[in-house]
Design a protein around this ligand. Sequence first.
Ligand code: ZN
Length: 343
Amino acid sequence: MTMRAAIFHEHGGPEVVRIEQVERPRPGRGEVLVQVRASAMNHLDLWVRRGIPIETTMPHIGGSDIAGVIAEVGDEVDAGRAGERVVINPSLWCGRCWACARGEESMCVQFRILGEHTDGGFAEFVAARADRVYRIPDEMSFEDAAAIPISYMTAWRALVSRAALKPGEDVLVIGASGGTALAAVQIARLMGARVFAVTMGADKVEAIRALGADVVYDRAETDWAKAVFKDTGKRGVDVVVENVGAPTWAGSVRALANGGRLVTYGGTAGPKVELDVRGVFWRQIQVIGTTMASRGEFEDLLRVIFAGRLRPVVDSVMPLDDARAAHERLETGGQLGKVVLVP
Ligand code: ZN
């Protein structure tokens, strides 16, 4: 049997993405076949399409954030799960290494991501391990569910576990209109922090404020690193959430209070940054890397979202046939929140 998929046969720009009929995957032992109802885009999809990192399947079907219905179950999976409405944890870990033994699955020495290192959800069907597939509440839409995994798990681990954000602390989120940064704004707010954010454009400033940020700077109009220093009583923030990299790094470091933590999960605008070590030791700041989340963190996050305490932000919903346009929308950074594809 075949299925429709957004696939590319070589690396390149959005133009390499094509809609084709391909072989439908079969669920292996311990796996389920999910009929995809919605699949969200991530910057990761752009990196994989461009060929960085290079370790991926080719031809490749992207898409790591997937919600749908269990259509078939493989051997050793409860047949009663067929028909379940689900969201997929796209983390792939070995379950045997020292990191997995400590419950730090995202530090697994063989850590991989469904849709990056394997075929993903920009298709009508995808196979996934049954123990990474979670039932969603009846009232939750597939589009909202698909908006959750990578963005929200990454922001959750960054703030809750890695930066250990405490109520009453000041947080600055850079590049705040991206899916993960926007999730960080919402999660920081939920944790009782005072939230500062940097974005560009009056409409985005307004939207990010509406999502719970206390102060939002338009980087086209404000020297935000200076402004945040002033707005925190010449102290600086406790935590900066970084994902932009080279263009914002110096400002992010400058915006920290003494003893502050800079937590980074990406460098979308340039991965090589300059760091003056004198500023690190004298001001006693911490630079903390983070990626994805552990199984436990993912499950904690789902509980919070399923309880209605956090609602994923969907920028737009597009048909899978417009996958190329979805790539272009993310390339230009015009979105606010998640771009979701529907087969
Ligand atoms: Zn492992």
